[in-house]
Design a protein around this ligand. Structure first.
Ligand code: GDG
Length: 754
């Protein structure tokens, strides 16, 4: 798997998350940094280790971690001095700010609201102001360390405002933001005051790339951008004054091998044999979650109770091990919830328990890694039923830890993970009855069926593990920046106009390409109405008398013949299918070659791996990306993105994209405006090339021309051209100036180039 390619070559990775994911320990006068547990941390640590190994000769410096940490300067320095791999940069936030920033705005407002618990959202006084202050403290720390070539990767809802703060100060730095929790639908988002909404959306749009776990979350965000900010969104890309930012789904994953292989480690085996002894011949159901109202503990317990009630033959044969990891339990709301959960566990155990059997083993503690893996591997059912969850990594880890014999996953359809784990038993966590049946089904599923389902999920997890995930984000951020660069077009100012005319006059053998509709003549309602008037005929006549002029159009040859054949110029018809040199007959153009497949195939494969159910078919003369078996919303979007990427990729190739029914096909075309233009400019030496066009097909022309060509787009759309005219009449005004400047210039027949 590729971690970095030539285009994605950052010098430093700067990871910004609310909390520094390390605990500093002091022993024998030495301070060491111990990595905290948690999905995000292991994801990034594994990534950076691989990046270091991949990028040679010190081109990649160490990773910088920026996050809250109340450590002394001395402690931090002693850690940073000895670590080659990483550097810690603590952000110091006093309690007065932090209580309202983190405890207040983040955990009392954003967390419940974004998890669809609006009634629990608190709009406390001073929350937002302190959220701004908190983000500003992160900015201040970053401003001290940002260097050119850094990739800044900001994580999660505590830092919504940071991307824009950075963007204003460092317009050229690469910034990616990743949201670990859901982004809610606009109807939920808009519950917040306008000022908060605008600040959050604009804050995020400071990033080049904004990543979400699912397609739905990304769409919710984009819809909020459209509705609240009124910005244009084209193919997931937000384009507005000073903003060019893309939002997309990058479902976080796990280090698959780590969880899969850990099952066979001696440390894990110790726990496994203990669990086996305790379990005896009983079936084990397992869940592990942080204490939080989003996790749906009470719903889960209600379902387990109903399961015992409904399937009474299972009593005495099943044990549910429910591990609740301590979290925020100094807060009254969490304490109350914990008490209620414990009371429910007690009640169910009291109701069904016997002298030698307790239906529920409840633990309020965190587990050691090997113990966790042992429990994953020994349980017959993983029961993960949050009421809402951004992703839920435990579901993925559970599947990764399944060897033979295998357990089965029961998963909430309201967890982000459900979008990729359709082979699990998906349930709605509020449907107690369906959940009780799902537990029974999972416990009694035939081994072959379990194996088939687990294998499908396993393959997907192996294919798209945490390294592919982070690679995808890095790569996509680069792509957004490339696209942004190619869309930065300068208007033709008076000064630029003068310079173009000066170099045109100095040139010995200039070559001018003009598109026809929308460039030489205005776009009319019907093409037959768009005929050249006397003025435009006279302009082309005078220009072609002075130099080489090419009219390059989608019009057919008859039309171009009718109006221009008597002039001394080159005509290109049907987007490059036919070329007619001055005084010659029309020629049909076609290039040869088959090496294009090596370029197109990896792109299509990449899209298949990001769109479950899509596949590539290789034919002799074409490659097809089929998406009829994939989720319809996501695949339609991916197909559009693929077409977009392919359009750019093939602009210099003799290929054509065909948009079929649930298939994107790329086939040999043999011609386009670019390949036709190349034939013309390769035939002679030219020291000045100018091309003007308004259409999407003119982009092929712009890309095909040499770098020093002057390319001008008519209109405001994004383009590959270097410059732009606002409208078609600006083209005519410019051509009039060109003709005026020629004045008594020499006829081209009297000039030659060395
Ligand atoms: C956010 C989002 C999203 C848990 N208990 C123990 C333990 N863990 C480890 C698991 C897993 C991680 O912690 C928890 O995963 P979650 O997916 O629940 O993630 P969070 O960090 O809580 O939250 C969530 C996630 O970010 C990633 O984007 O999925 O939706 O809320 O890796 O293994 N590890 C050990 N003992 C435990 O007791 N050793």
């Amino acid at each position: 798997m590729q971690i970095l390619n030539d285009n994605v070559n950052y010098k430093r990775l700067v990871i910004v998350a609310y909390r520094l994911p390390f605990t500093l320990k002091r022993r024998n006068n030495k301070t060491t940094a111990v990595q905290n547990s948690g999905g995000l941390v292991s994801a990034i640590l594994s990534l950076t280790e691989k990046m270091r190994a991949k990028v040679k000769d010190g081109a990649f410096n160490r990773t910088v971690w920026v996050g809250k940490g109340e450590y002394s300067e001395q402690e931090i320095n002693s850690v940073n001095e000895v670590n080659e791999n990483f550097e810690l940069r603590p952000v110091r936030i006093n309690d007065t700010i932090n209580d309202k920033f983190y405890g207040g705005f983040c955990n009392d407002l954003i967390w419940p609201l974004f998890h669809y618990f609006p009634s629990m959202a608190v709009f406390g006084e001073g929350y937002f102001e302190n959220y701004q202050k908190g983000n500003r403290l992160f900015f201040n720390e970053l401003a001290k360390i940002i260097r050119p070539g850094d990739f800044v990767w900001i994580h999660d809802y505590q830092l919504f405002l940071l991307p824009q703060m950075l963007r204003e100060e460092f317009p050229d730095v690469s910034i990616s933001f990743f949201l670990h929790i859901p982004f809610p639908s606009y109807e939920i988002f808009r519950i917040m005051p306008d000022g908060y909404q605008i600040a959050i959306l604009k804050g995020l749009l400071g990033a080049n790339l904004i990543g979400f776990h699912t397609h739905d979350y990304a769409q919710h965000f984009l819809k909020s951008v459209k509705r609240r900010l009124g910005y244009d969104v084209i193919l997931n890309t937000v384009q507005a004054d000073g903003v060019f930012s893309r939002a997309d789904a990058f479902p976080i994953s796990i280090d698959f091998d780590k969880f899969h292989d850990a099952v066979n480690l001696p440390e894990t085996e110790k726990y496994i044999s203990r669990i086996r002894k305790q379990k005896r011949d009983r079936l084990l159901i397992f869940s592990v979650d942080r204490l939080d109202y989003t996790k749906g503990f009470l719903n889960r317990l209600a379902a387990f109770e109903l399961f015992l009630e409904r399937y009474n033959n299972m009593r005495g044969r099943v044990v549910f091990n429910m591990v609740m990891v301590p979290s925020r339990d100094t807060i009254a709301r969490y304490q109350d919830m914990k008490k209620e959960i414990e009371a429910t566990v007690g009640r169910i155990n009291g109701k069904y328990g016997t002298l030698d059997w307790n239906p529920i083993i409840y633990q309020y503690r965190s587990l050691k890694f090997h113990e966790l893996v042992a429990l994953y591997s020994q349980s017959n059912v993983g029961l993960l039923t949050p009421l809402r969850d951004g992703m839920n990594l435990v579901a993925k880890e559970y599947v990764a830890a399944q060897h033979h014999p295998q357990g089965m996953l029961v998963l909430s359809e309201l967890a982000g993970a459900a979008a990729e784990m359709g082979e699990s038993i998906l349930i709605n966590p509020t449907d107690t009855s369906a959940m009780a049946d799902a537990i029974y089904l999972a416990l009694n599923m035939p081994p072959e069926e379990k194996s088939e389902r687990i294998e499908k999920m396993t393959n997907r997890l192996k294919e798209y593990d945490v390294f592919s995930w982070s690679d995808d984000i890095l790569r996509s951020t680069s792509k957004v920046r490339d696209d942004q660069r190619s869309f930065r077009v300068r208007q033709v100012s008076k000064q630029i106009e003068k310079e173009i005319i000066r170099s045109f006059l100095q040139a010995v053998n200039p070559l001018l390409f003009f598109d026809y509709d929308g460039t030489l003549v205005p776009i009319r309602e019907f093409p037959e109405l768009a005929v050249p008037d006397g003025h435009i005929i006279s302009i082309t006549e005078r220009l072609s008398a002075y130099t080489n002029v090419v009219i390059i159009s989608g019009r057919n040859k008859d039309f171009l013949d009718k109006w221009f054949s008597y002039l001394d110029l080159t005509l290109i018809a049907e987007h490059g299918a036919f070329i007619k040199n001055p005084g010659k007959e029309w020629e049909y153009s076609l290039d040869n070659g088959d090496s294009w497949k090596e370029v197109i195939l990896p792109v299509m494969n990449r899209y298949s791996s990001r769109c479950k159910g899509a596949f590539v078919e290789t034919k002799t003369a074409s490659l097809c990306w089929h998406y009829r078996n994939a989720d319809s919303d996501l695949s339609t979007l991916r197909a559009l993105e693929l077409k977009n990427e392919l359009t750019e990729l093939i602009s210099n190739m003799p290929l054509q994209i065909i948009d079929g029914h649930k298939v994107v096909e790329v086939k040999r075309a043999g011609y386009n405006k670019g390949s036709a233009a190349r034939k013309v400019f390769n035939a002679e030496k030219h020291d000045f090339i100018l091309a003007i066009g308004d259409d999407k097909t003119d982009e092929e022309l712009f890309s095909a021309l040499p770098d020093n060509a002057i390319t001008i787009k008519v209109g405001k759309e994004t383009t590959k051209a270097r410059y732009s005219f606002t409208n078609q009449s600006a083209v005519i005004e410019f051509l009039e100036k060109l003709i005026f400047s020629i004045g008594k210039g020499q006829k081209r027949s009297s000039r030659t180039m060395e």
